[in-house]
Design a protein around this ligand. Sequence first.
Ligand SMILES: *Cc1c(COP(=O)(O)O)cnc(C)c1O
Length: 474
Amino acid sequence: MNPLSQLPSVDRLLSEPAVASLVDIHGRAIVTQLVRTALAKARDAIRAGAPLPGTARLVADIGADARTQATPKLRPVYNLTGTVLHTNLGRAPLPEEAVAALVAAARSPCALEYDIGSGGRGDRDDVVSDLLCELTGAEAATVVNNNAAAVFLLLNTLAQKKEVIVSRGELVEIGGAFRVPDIMKRAGAKLVEVGTTNRTHLEDFAEALSPRTAMLMKVHASNYTIQGFTHAVPESELANLAHANDLPFVVDLGSGTLTELERWGLPHEPTPRENLAAGADLVTFSGDKLLGGPQAGLLVGRRDLIAKIKKNPLKRALRVGKITLAALEAVLRLYRDPDRLHERLTALGQLTRPQAEIRAAAERLLPVLQAALASLPVDVEIASLKSQIGSGSLPVDRLPSAGFAVRAQGRKGGVLNRIEAALRGLERPVVGRIEDGALLLDLRCLAPDEEPEFAARLSALSRLGASRSLSGGR
Ligand SMILES: *Cc1c(COP(=O)(O)O)cnc(C)c1O
């Protein structure tokens, strides 16, 4: 008898109790589709010589597919990479105040462009512009989708078909897609490079001035440093030169923080307030780097320049939504109380977490990880690690941290890759890093109140460990 004709029908499978309960959870359309796919796969397999699958097997596969399909693509992970502001993992985690504000804004109508005082039309930038001015000393401020958009909009508004003078030492690439020369070109501005990679002087800028010059620009070399025989022109001198020629001086600061980081024992990172005080006319920076807020690009500075930028039709294309503004407003409010900032701003709390506290967490969790990996040929130990800030902030500074180092016994290095993959395969994936032959899990970004759930998820690993998938079948 032809085994193909012995496969159950779609309706027959749909009436299986286990499949019927999937219909209750996921809906008839999705489950019917999964049943058809499962039957098509079974037919292909049979034609290729496989035996007829039992109904129980088909039902189990349909259930597994339903679970996989229902799992959101954008889901929380544990960031144990040691990089706090990890661009691929969404950069700064938001503080509770911001989460509450964005949920409220998402759920209900809100006064986004509505002046509650007069009942007239408002401007969405007003949600945060007063706070931004207070925190940076600027006259005016506006917000767009990210800092790349802020730089683009600034150049397109003020330098289209004109020249922008930048030091050769500052022509940075940030994470592949943002390169200063490329963004200039797309914005319609002509880049005029001056000086050399390591040394640029005021005369280099002065000699490059022409009737076509639109501005002098400084780009904060976020993700690298130049050391040794170097010279950069102080901002105040660039500002003076620009102003003597009736030109604006603008700064792409990248990771702007609004507070003095050295207060928390972190290295100094320039602030927009410092740039403006040194004479910058406009400063752009990111919302989700050291600032610790949502993805956004902030422009602060001279009132007349900000007004021009806001009139550019591209501002409409690059503007932010209410959810971003709600979160940003909440985060900026936290900066008004610097004394408690490290307790309330999640990213700053993670960056300032003392090594001893992280090590204590590692000691609490060590037995859990050891038990989870007990069946595998690996050694698990607590290790002193070095975290980095990430997102191109303070690239050479490292934060003393702690966590686990998992090393293979003997020369079975492949086991680490399998553990790393199994950690990624957990319901809430755990993302670590493999370095110098060890799998490293940096616990800096695991909040103490997340530890019980984290421990429970690690225990799920031991069930995997007993199975062939993790031990490699040997
Ligand atoms: C990060 C960075 C950017 C890009 O900012 P996004 O917010 O990621 O768009 C631009 N310039 C500098 C100097 C940066 O550090």
